[in-house]
Design a protein around this ligand. Structure first.
Ligand code: 13P
Length: 287
């Protein structure tokens, strides 16, 4: 059964580790992530962007697929199904469809409007026992058409949003989605420290987990980050393994064209990436 992300993140913050949010795109992604979490006895959050939700034929299809897999694969670790960078309408649709967690990304609204909309959604999520993530300071880069400049959050605004009763808070600290450019300045630990000072026990979320050096990940966790989002890195691993399979001509040997064979190396590559991240984040054995 799907669970809210609240308990797993409260434990992570107290235990100084982070739970990974891995974005899903299809059946192979979902299965690889769930099997790895189970094997490593790690809690996990499945992230669904609005674009990926549409691609998978809508939120109800996603809920059906994930719930089916939890049962049929015998998954026992805590799993949250979470809307990633949701609009106000998207958040409502996911609440209806049976997600266990949502992110409402109101970072592009003026702070007053971000506060008003977040407050309304907090009330609905509380009533349903769902977790809710809010964002202050936009995350840079582009993800499914959502473009942000990568600004650092204002710690006072973070406190204002945290005080609305959200479960976890994404604060921009110079992180961006996708690959980091050569001239990236790195994470602003000064901002992160200031945000944590003001928000206390609130689990903080680090978006743009792909390509952040290990030492920065560890330092971010030590400063209160308890959820780290990874998307692009699984896509790159999948694409790389699939390209190697095709370039080696394996799809032309015997029944190598069968999608169950053709997609297998990519699915294994996702498992390896998820395992590497769970080990780095410290969530192994914490289920
Ligand atoms: P990456 O694609 O950079 O890993 O970012 C994922 C993310 O933050 C999802 O919200």
């Amino acid at each position: 059964m799907l669970v809210s992300a609240k308990e797993m993140l409260t434990k992570a913050k107290a235990g100084k580790y982070a739970v990974g949010q891995f974005n899903i795109n299809n059946l192979e992604w979902t299965k690889s992530i769930l099997l790895t979490a189970e094997e490593l006895k790690s809690p996990v959050i499945l992230g669904v962007s609005e674009g990926a939700g549409k691609y998978m034929c809508g939120y109800k299809t996603v809920v059906g697929m994930v719930n089916g897999m939890l049962e049929e694969l015998g998954i026992t670790v805590p799993v949250a199904l979470h809307l990633d960078h949701g609009s106000y309408e998207g958040a409502k649709a996911c609440i209806e469809a049976g997600f266990s967690s949502i992110m409402f990304d109101g970072s592009h609204y003026p702070i007053e409007e971000n506060v008003a909309k977040t407050k309304e959604l907090v009330a609905v999520c509380n009533e349903k026992g769902m977790s809710i993530e809010a964002e202050v300071g936009s995350i840079g880069g582009e993800e499914d058409g959502v473009v942000g400049a990568g600004e650092c959050a204002d710690p006072e605004e973070c406190k204002m949003i945290a005080d609305l009763g959200v479960t976890m808070l994404a604060a921009g600290i110079g992180n961006i989605h996708g690959k980091y450019p050569e001239n990236w300045a790195g994470l602003s630990f000064e901002t992160l420290d200031a945000v944590q000072q003001l928000t206390g026990d609130m689990p903080l979320v680090l978006h743009g987990g792909t390509g952040i050096p290990e030492d920065m990940i560890k330092k971010a966790i030590s400063l209160g980050v308890s959820k780290i989002n990874v998307n692009t890195e699984c896509q790159l691993s999948f694409a790389d393994a699939t390209r190697k399979y095709i370039e080696a001509g394996k799809d032309l040997e015997g029944k190598g064209f069968d999608p169950r064979k053709l997609l297998a190396p990519g699915a294994e590559a996702i498992k390896a990436t998820v395992k590497e991240k769970m080990e780095l984040f410290g969530s192994v054995g914490k289920a």
